[in-house]
Design a protein around this ligand. Structure first.
Ligand code: EAX
Length: 337
C-alpha cells in the first residue's frame, strides 16, 4: 500500500511538473507581447474655421469615434487652412501625408469629373432630395471614383447654398455682376458660369480670399452664409445677394490604405461615427441658413433678395456645355428629368 501511495505521489508530482513547464513558455511569450497597441491618431484638415458647420460636425465625429473605438483612436482637427488649401488636403489624403480631410466638392472635379454633377447652377433646389441621392447608389458610386487616387470618401456633408458678395453695390440682377472680378473655387463649371454672366472669374484657394478682398484685388466672392459669418467675410464685404446659385456639398475623406489596415472594429467605429456626425452636421447647416440672415445684417451686411428664376434662366446655357460631360443617370436621379 505504502509503495502504491509512493508511486501515486511521484506520478502526481511529475504531472504537476510537466503542467508547470507547459505553462511557463506561454506566460513568457505573453510578457514579450507589447502591452497596449499604439493609439491611432487621425489628423483632419479643412479650410473652414473651427466654429463653422464643418468644425462643429467634426467635433461630433471626434467625440463619437473616440468613444466607439474605446479611445484607441484620437482625432485632431486642423481648421483655417492650417494643413493647406482644399486641393493640397485632397492630394495629401491620397498620398497618405494627411490622414483625413473635409473639403467642399468644388476642387473635386480635378480628381474625378463625376463630381461635376453638383456644380451645375440651380441643379439642387431641395436639400433633402440631394441628401437622398448623395447617400444612395449614385452618391456612393461617385464617392468610390476617388479610390484609385488612394482616397476612401466616407460621405457627403453639407457646405450649403452659395451666395454672391461684393463691395460695390447690391447685386440684384444677373447683369449686375458684369465686369466684376469674382473669386470662384477652382472648378470648371463655376468658372464657366461666371464667365457667362460677363464677370471675370478668379479661381483661388480659400485661404487667399480674405486678403484679396481686403486689398481689393477682387471685387467679390461667393459662399454659403455660414462661411461669410465664421470666416468674418462681413468685415471686408458690404453686400450679400441670396442667389443660392450653386449647391455646395462637402466630402469627408480618409487615406484608403490606412483605413483598410485598421482592425474591423475600428473600421466599424469610423463608419458609425461618420454617419452620425454627417446627419448632425446637415441638420445644423440647414438650420443655420434661417438665422444667419439676421446675424449678418447685425454685423453690417446689406442682404439682398433676388428673383432666382431670372438667375436660373441667365445661367442655363452652362447646361448646354456640360450636360454631355455628366452621366445622364446621375442628372435624372437629382432632377427627375
Ligand atoms: O469649404 O473655398 C470655398 O469657397 C469653400 O466653400 C470653403 O472653403 C469651405
Amino acid at each position: 500500500m505504502k509503495k502504491f501511495i509512493g508511486c501515486l505521489l511521484i506520478i502526481v508530482l511529475l504531472l504537476s511538473l510537466t503542467a508547470c513547464s507547459n505553462q511557463k513558455p506561454a506566460e513568457q511569450s505573453k510578457q514579450e507581447e507589447p502591452k497596449v497597441a499604439e493609439k491611432i491618431v487621425l489628423r483632419i484638415g479643412m479650410t473652414a474655421e473651427a466654429d463653422s458647420h464643418y468644425g462643429k460636425g467634426l467635433l461630433q465625429f471626434k467625440e463619437k469615434l473616440e468613444k466607439y473605438s474605446e479611445n484607441k483612436v484620437a482625432v485632431k482637427i486642423f481648421p483655417s487652412s492650417q494643413l493647406g488649401n482644399e486641393r493640397d488636403l485632397i492630394e495629401g489624403v491620397g498620398a497618405g501625408t494627411i490622414e483625413m480631410c473635409i473639403s467642399s466638392t468644388g476642387p473635386l472635379p480635378n480628381f474625378s469629373s463625376n463630381f461635376m454633377l453638383f456644380d451645375l447652377p440651380f441643379i439642387v433646389t431641395d436639400r433633402q432630395k440631394a441628401y437622398q441621392v448623395m447617400d444612395g447608389s449614385v452618391g456612393q458610386e461617385i464617392l468610390a471614383t476617388l479610390e484609385p487616387k488612394g482616397i476612401k470618401a466616407l460621405g457627403f456633408w453639407e457646405n450649403g447654398f452659395r451666395n454672391i458678395t461684393n463691395n460695390k453695390a447690391p447685386i440684384v440682377h444677373p447683369a449686375d455682376v458684369k465686369g466684376m472680378k469674382i473669386r470662384t473655387m477652382e472648378n470648371p463649371v463655376h468658372i464657366e458660369t461666371f464667365k457667362l454672366l460677363g464677370a471675370y472669374p478668379t479661381p483661388m484657394a480659400w485661404g487667399e480670399v480674405f486678403t484679396s478682398l481686403q486689398q481689393g484685388t477682387i471685387d467679390g466672392q461667393e459662399n454659403p452664409l455660414v462661411i461669410l459669418d465664421t470666416a468674418k467675410v462681413y468685415e471686408v464685404q458690404k453686400h450679400v445677394s441670396l442667389t443660392g446659385h450653386f449647391y455646395s456639398p462637402s466630402v469627408i475623406m480618409i487615406n484608403k490604405k490606412l483605413l483598410d489596415g485598421f482592425p474591423k472594429d475600428i473600421q466599424e467605429a469610423v463608419f458609425k461615427a461618420e454617419k452620425e456626425a454627417r446627419e448632425w452636421e446637415r441638420n445644423y447647416s440647414s438650420e443655420l441658413d434661417k438665422s444667419l440672415v439676421k446675424a449678418l445684417t447685425e454685423k453690417g451686411m446689406v442682404v439682398t433678395e433676388v428673383d432666382k428664376m431670372e438667375w436660373q434662366q441667365a445661367v442655363s446655357p452652362v447646361y448646354d456645355k456640360y450636360l454631355g460631360k455628366i452621366n445622364p443617370e446621375y442628372i435624372k436621379a437629382l432632377t427627375g428629368k
